[in-house]
Ligand binder design. Sequence first.
Ligand code: NAI
Length: 327
Amino acid sequence: AKEPVRVLVTGAAGQIGYALVPMIARGIMLGADQPVILHMLDIPPAAEALNGVKMELVDAAFPLLKGVVATTDVVEACTGVNVAVMVGGFPRKEGMERKDVMSKNVSIYKSQASALELHAAPNCKVLVVANPANTNALILKEFAPSIPAKNITCLTRLDHNRALGQISERLNVQVSVVKNVIIWGNHSSTQYPDVHHATVGDKPVRELVKDDEWLNGEFITTVQQRGAAIIKARKLSSALSAASAACDHIRDWVLGTPEGTFVSMGVCSDGSYNVPAGVIYSFPVTCKNGEWTIVQGLAIDEFSRKKLDLTGAELVEEKELAYSCLS
Ligand code: NAI
């Protein structure tokens, strides 16, 4: 039998946490033959709710779940973890300035970076979900210099999956046959959902949709604004789809992407596609042997170029804002 993998979920008493921990315990993240030990972290005001989640995990009698650590102590939470899914953060509340939200999250991610650096298992893989996801991941990377930069990523797989969903609905085909959409840049409304390289079967999506106005307009804005549409409808932000996307992200990273398929991940930019280097930017990637590689050589037309640049500029600006919160 395989040794259990320790998976940390921060913010585990929250909405996404509640959807995510049972998926992990059922083997959806790491495979149906992979035992797991869940580490759940939240803050003291949520300690009782967190304990309730732990009780439910026990009650669900998941065969793969070999242990549960539920704690408000960041060191205990981080100790020995092989995978860290960072969902906890400070949400933007009405009337709050962007800088104030950034400042709260910078301080959370700075301290959690140190705890992971000191206590996580070597080669721990980190996925940041909490917003601003790219910049929280950047802060985590900066303050955990001994964790390889390639191990620190952020979630844009939800946006990627939303793009697959929109194409599938439009063409009235199964979502599983739609492939190779790309989310470029920031997990924010400046992200660029790109279908130039997407296919259904062996046909380009552009040829099948035959409506560039929709692809260059409504399709893009629907994906960009989907989070807001969910909030409007549910009065709560996306949770089950976010949790599912987090499982997809880690599963593909650890177990590999299928041949000929790429997925979107927020990773440290090396300057590929003339994107600013050093920010956490969402790229098309393939994964093999537990490592991601940015897909190279895709043609970028003038329309796409502008959109890649716009979202890149926003990330550079967010980085500056985050740094201004440190001083
Ligand atoms: P939520 O408010 O229901 O849960 C957040 C949890 O984090 C709460 O239980 C809170 O007590 C906890 N928390 C706060 N500070 C913490 C800290 N320092 N350490 C540990 N836990 C802490 O929020 P929800 O809906 O679960 O969303 C979580 C985050 O994910 C938000 O930042 C949201 O914006 C983001 N998000 C990102 C998506 C993506 O695609 N990247 C999609 C949807 C949401």
